[in-house]
Design a protein around this ligand. Structure first.
Ligand SMILES: [Zn+2]
Length: 416
């Protein structure tokens, strides 16, 4: 698919003015040459979701630069300096989201919808990168299905498991050696963005399906338009070598041999879901929509300037908190919370943030990678009430307000 020429010319011209605009490399998804570097940061923790046991350990986590480029043809966005050999996902990696009631409601609704839409009853369900198996158990519970999940970071540990469900979890990466595990649904949420070569990964998934053409494939990824358009800049992390939008997700699945049934933005526009089926031989290549591709490329080319403005605003905010001697905590020790601290650290320091609060008890007593704040429970705020709570994700605002009210803590809340 070729983008309109004026958009492409504009893209290259505008990236020249950023000083690092020469076309980087071929697009890893569609192979086109019309790629533009559009944003960079010199130092972020390589693994922001790793649990650090001491402040000293947290301050010494390995760091690396992120250089983002966009493809003018399929709108794929990726970190051109990503080095996959720096990543491994062991049990110290913790990015479960289902501790939040809001997220649990969403996951339950999604599982019920999938069971309903694809009549998944008494079927075999396979989840890649299943974490502790929370979502897989929901799929099995609602449809009396049999589940098998794969995750290298899985260890037997206490959590919200329903032992009634017929679920097996394999502590390993999913791969072709597991092709004998027949599945009516293959599901994979929040993992594709961790792959340095997502199309190769999708092709592997396609090969494991073989001739079972009725298999439904369901993936969920962060929506890069939420970063570019809504400036959720704290979602840029080294763990994510790629950032998908609807056009590039469609292109990636098409390139890997799937027919795309639907792409939707969900969770207040923060995530994208895709449903696909193995391509039939005669089907033509899937092409993304030109208009949507232009929107992504233009948003990418505007991003560096808008990012700088947002960082400046927050540097001033942190400085005001520090000079006013106001006790500040940040709510949410996930990717966003850790990234805002690491992005602001070299600009204005982060001493004004004393603690980071999280409802995931696996994180309590641990320290933020890169900046060293201790992660505490909400209950901790009773003995050490803050003046200001910085809320990292607006979708959790009312949930956090309820918790603060229950604790009898009245703090000003600021949305990041
Ligand atoms: Zn491309």
């Amino acid at each position: 698919m070729n983008p309109p020429t004026d958009m492409h010319d504009k893209a290259l011209k505008r990236t020249d003015t950023l000083g690092h605009g020469e076309a980087t490399t071929l697009c890893p998804v569609c192979g086109e040459r019309s790629t533009s570097a559009f944003w960079e940061i010199q130092s972020l923790p390589i693994k922001c979701n790793v649990l650090c046991s001491t402040r000293a350990e947290a301050m010494e986590v390995p760091r690396a630069a992120v250089h983002l480029a966009v493809c003018g043809s399929c709108a794929y966005i990726w970190n051109t300096s990503f080095d996959a050999t720096k990543m491994d996902y062991d049990p110290t990696y913790e990015n479960a989201l289902h501790f939040s009631p809001r997220f649990r409601d969403y996951a339950e609704g999604l599982a019920q919808q999938l069971v309903e839409d694809y009549d998944l009853r008494g079927k075999d369900v396979l989840e890649i990168a299943c974490g502790d198996g929370y979502f897989l158990r929901l799929l099995c519970k609602y449809g009396s299905n049999r589940g098998v999940g794969f995750d290298p970071s899985y260890t037997q540990r206490s959590s919200c498991h329903d032992d009634e469900t017929d679920v097996t979890i394999v502590s390993d990466y999913y791969g072709e050696k597991y092709a004998d595990r027949k599945a009516d649904l293959i599901c994979c949420r929040h993992a594709l963005e961790h792959m340095s070569d997502p199309v190769a990964f999708l092709r592997m998934v396609r090969r494991t399906i073989g001739n079972r053409r009725d298999t439904i494939v369901f993936f969920e990824v962060p929506n890069a338009m939420f970063i570019l358009r809504d400036l959720s800049v704290w979602d840029i992390i080294y763990e994510h070598p790629c950032y998908f939008t609807a056009p590039s997700l469609t292109e990636s699945f098409g390139a890997a041999g799937f027919d795309v049934e639907s792409v939707r933005d969900v969770y207040d526009g923060q995530f994208l879901t895709i449903v696909a089926r193995p391509q039939v031989e005669s089907a033509g290549a899937v092409t993304a929509n030109d208009r949507a591709t232009c929107d992504v490329v233009n948003a990418a080319l505007d991003f560096a300037g808008r990012f700088s403005q947002k960082l400046d605003t927050w540097a001033k905010q942190f400085a005001t908190l520090a000079t006013g001697n106001r006790r500040c905590v940040l709510w949410g020790a996930g990717s966003k919370g850790i990234t805002i601290l690491n992005m602001l650290q070299p600009v204005c320091g982060t001493d004004s943030v004393k603690y980071v609060v999280d409802i995931n008890d696996r994180k309590h007593g641990k320290f933020v990678a890169g900046t060293g704040q201790e992660i505490v429970s909400p209950e901790f705020l009773k003995k050490c009430p803050p003046d200001v709570v910085v809320v990292m994700n607006p979708v959790y605002e009312s949930e956090i307000r309820c918790v603060l009210n229950e604790l009898g803590v009245s703090s000003e809340m600021i949305m990041a």
